[in-house]
Design a binder for this molecule. Structure first.
Ligand code: ARG
Length: 578
């Protein structure tokens, strides 16, 4: 249930009846401060003049209308009009309590299913024969959080792992693999080393380079043996990546791979089509599309090459084909790409060509949900001490080692096996959460100490809140199902927790719309904080009456389930104790 939406509908109804047409610019939002009510309308000032009223007059008329004509469902307890024209909305505690009970009884926690759209999400997308590095981490975990959120709301989501599995480098890699197979000192288990060694050989050895170039041609012509070698490279790389996905609790599976090679056969047809329709033209043997919206320093339209003079196609050509395919093949309503901000111009150009050619209609949105870089504490790109790229698998190993030390200090009494599994969940969860909790559009600083802290907006803080609630139920020797009685909201602490609990759906909606999991993190952090304050001030197991005890147990049970479900949409697990 989306409370904000319910209130917005009431406001719209009042606008329709009283002022026609000016509603678009006004909306209800959660109040910033508790004493301003639970929700607030604070944008009436902008439309009062055109209606010939002062904002306060207008607010009063609206509030009056809502109170007398649009509150049959009893959602609102009180409306307050304050200068310079705000309406503060206080929700009815009985209605709130009722909705909380319904949420607790529902496996979906009262979150409604949306009218489903088909949404393609392009994420992770590492490159073959290269180890996945921390740069791919962001795409993988932000993308997966978005996928999980959209799926939970009821959308049909198509995961597309746009693997870098095509291009001229495969000639070199095949030639190198051919040699490696006859020697065992070169191993594909070290992909980064393999790629580097192949490249060095290519640069140093002319005969090798010649063979590599022949293999490029043979691969493109569909040569059986080259294909086999290529497939082997893809399989070995992806088996290694899959281990990272599983460990990260990311939902990508082998069947989600839709690599660049998939679009290869479409490329000649697309270039021909662009030429035939005059969208592209030939220039020095290459095929180029000139774009009005992108101008060079001289102010001339910028040219995007879609076929090189040697006949080769480019990353851009593939992305044109890929958008077209996703529309034609999946009938996507929406396509979201989780890619590094540095590729923004590339995508914008590819999509402008897509639109120009009408391959994807305007009604289907193409969205680049970009993100910044991962930096070290000094604000430099995140590297190993030797200056190399940090391998994802090593980063995760370190997270688990650090987490294990931490939990062993905190709970030395736990058995070894439990410490191990706790360390995995807490370590990996901390790395993921650190990334997810920052607004993705900016660079972010990777800092072990702050992400593993039990204070602040961290995964351990929220996991700890869940564990505390689990321990309350252990002490009470009860399960939620055994609780008989109603929820009642008596104190401010309870009310504030209740209102926030009912904002779960709004939060999901926002994350789904904008692909911003940090909004979910902020919500969970706030919820965990409200729980903690409630827990400090309101006795649960020692409360005055058994009715109050049941009510409070139910309230914290719903808090636990909401925190868990929220973390679940981020792909972060919880533990019973820590
Ligand atoms: N493989 C690319 C890289 O590592 C990312 C691909 C992103 N997706 C896309 N449709 N271009 O930079």
């Amino acid at each position: 249930m989306d409370v904000r939406n319910i209130l917005n509908n009431k406001l719209e109804q009042a606008f329709q009846a009283l002022f026609l047409n000016s509603f678009q610019k006004v909306s209800v939002r959660p109040s910033a401060r508790h004493n301003f009510g639970d929700y607030q309308v604070n944008s009436i000032m902008g439309v009062a003049k055109q209606n010939g009223k002062t904002p306060v007059e207008m607010a009063a008329e609206l509030a009056n209308y809502i109170e007398s004509r649009a509150n049959d469902d009893g959602v609102i307890a009180k409306l307050e009009v304050v200068a310079p024209g705000f309406i503060n909305i206080f929700l009815n505690p009985d209605w709130l309590a009722n909705r909380l009970s319904a949420a607790l009884a529902d496996p979906r926690l009262g979150v409604e299913r949306v009218a489903p759209q088909t949404i393609v999400v392009d994420y992770s997308s590492p490159n073959v024969a290269k180890e996945m590095h921390v740069g791919h981490l962001r795409s993988t975990i932000i993308g997966d959080a978005s996928v999980r959120t959209l799926t939970f709301l009821g959308h049909k989501v198509i995961r597309a792992n746009h693997l870098g599995d095509w291009g001229t480098q495969f000639g070199m890699l095949i030639a190198f693999l051919e040699q490696a197979e006859s020697r065992d000192d070169i191993s594909l288990s070290d992909l980064e080393g393999f790629y580097r060694a192949a490249k060095k050989r290519y640069d140093d050895d002319e005969a090798f380079a010649r063979r590599a170039r022949q293999y490029v041609v043979r691969l493109q012509q569909g040569d059986e043996w080259c294909r086999k070698m290529w497939r082997k490279l893809v399989e070995i790389s992806m088996a290694q990546n899959q281990r990272n996905y599983d460990r990260l609790n990311v939902t990508l599976k082998p069947q989600h791979i839709m690599g660049e090679s998939l679009y290869n056969d479409m490329l000649p047809g697309i270039v021909d089509d662009l030429l035939k329709r005059g969208i592209a033209s030939e220039s020095d043997g290459a095929v180029v599309v000139y774009l009005d919206d992108f101008r060079n320093k001289e102010g001339e339209p910028m040219g995007v090459i879609v076929r090189k003079s040697d006949g080769g196609y480019l990353y851009t050509t593939t992305d044109i084909a890929c958008a077209k395919y996703r529309y034609e093949h999946f009938h996507a309503d929406r396509m979201i790409y989780y890619i590094d901000a540095r590729q923004h111009q590339h995508l914008m150009m590819a999509w402008e060509i897509v639109r120009k050619a009408g391959y994807v209609p305007e009604s289907v949105s193409l969205e680049h949900h970009m993100f910044g870089m991962m930096l070290d504490k000094q604000g430099r790109p995140f590297k190993t001490r030797e200056g190399g790229t940090v391998k994802l698998s090593e980063l995760l190993d370190e997270a688990v080692v650090r987490a294990r030390k931490l939990v062993a200090e905190k709970s030395p009494q736990l058995p070894e096996a439990e410490l191990d599994s706790l360390a995995e969940i807490i370590g990996i969860g901390a790395v993921k959460y650190a990334d997810l909790s920052k607004n993705r559009t900016t660079d972010y600083i990777f800092d072990w100490d702050s992400m593993l802290s039990f204070e602040g907006n961290t995964a351990p803080y929220i996991q700890y809140a869940c564990a505390r609630i689990a321990s309350i139920f252990r002490r009470a020797n009860l399960t939620v199902e055994q609780l008989e009685g109603e929820i009642s909201l008596n104190t401010d602490r309870e009310r504030m927790l209740a209102v926030r609990l009912l904002q779960f759906e709004e939060t999901l909606q926002l994350v789904a719309r904008e692909g911003t999991p940090h909004v979910m993190c902020a919500y969970l952090y706030d919820l965990a904080g409200l729980f903690s304050r409630f827990y400090t001030d309101c006795p649960i197991l020692n409360s005055d009456s058994s009715a109050l005890r049941v009510s409070r147990l139910k309230l914290v049970a719903l808090t636990e389930r909401t925190l868990k479900q929220g973390l679940e949409t981020l792909g972060i697990q919880t533990v019973e104790r820590m």
